[in-house]
Design a protein around this ligand. Structure first.
Ligand code: FMN
Length: 189
């Protein structure tokens, strides 16, 4: 099993990074090979809606998302981890998600060539918000869960945490365990 972790926070060593590492540790403990992509260290432009990928299945923008798309295809599961920025996901994560457009044809069906590798791929999510009410992250969950269902992927769930200062979530053993279990679930057939 190959498990891919995608970090949407620009704060390296921050709360979503810590929880993503927990999830990847859980996946590794379950015997998986893991890889982590830190989006803020990549060059990923926003989707231009040029429509070229509708026919080719490959984005016309030649940046790091080309290789990331290949890595997603090869992964059995993808776990995303992202903080709430103004009641939404970070710009790094949104640019990445919009580029998933390349998986689809002009009718918003998964390109035939990608179906065998995408169908049933496990998708998980970790959210962190400063607000004590974790449901502040619900719009992000809606976005990822609906995208997963729309693309016929296998939504495996979400871990929602509250933490404000850098690394604060490290004290929260319960949510770290939840993230670890999400990783185990991703790596368990
Ligand atoms: C630009 C910006 C906007 C934010 N907006 C929100 C928000 O709307 N709601 C909230 O609960 N927390 C908000 N936060 C707080 C972060 O979600 C919180 O600090 C989180 O722990 C950051 O996670 P990280 O350490 O993984 O980067 C915001 C932080 C920043 C920097």
């Amino acid at each position: 099993m190959k498990i891919l972790g995608v970090l949407g926070s620009p704060r390296i060593g921050g709360n979503s990074d810590i929880l993503l590492d927990q999830a990847l540790a859980g996946a590794r403990a379950a015997g998986a090979e893991v890889e982590k992509i830190v989006l803020c260290q990549k060059k990923i432009s926003g989707c231009l809606d040029c429509g070229k990928c509708n026919t080719t299945g490959v984005c016309a923008i030649k940046d790091d998302m080309i290789d990331i798309q290949k890595t997603i295809l090869e992964a059995d599961a993808v776990i995303h981890s992202v903080p709430v920025y103004f009641w939404a996901m970070t710009s790094q994560m949104k640019a990445y998600l919009d580029r998933w457009c390349a998986f689809f044809d002009g009718e918003w069906s998964m390109h035939k060539a990608y179906r065998p590798k995408m169908k049933g791929k496990k998708i998980g999510l970790i959210t962190v918000c400063g607000d004590p009410n974790v449901s502040t992250a619900d719009p992000i969950i809606h976005s990822f869960k609906t995208t997963s269902e729309f693309a016929r992927l296998n939504w495996i769930g979400v871990v929602q945490a509250t933490a404000a200062s850098k690394g604060e979530v490290a004290k929260n053993e319960a949510v770290k365990k939840e993230a670890y279990e999400l990783g185990r679930k991703a790596a368990t057939p």
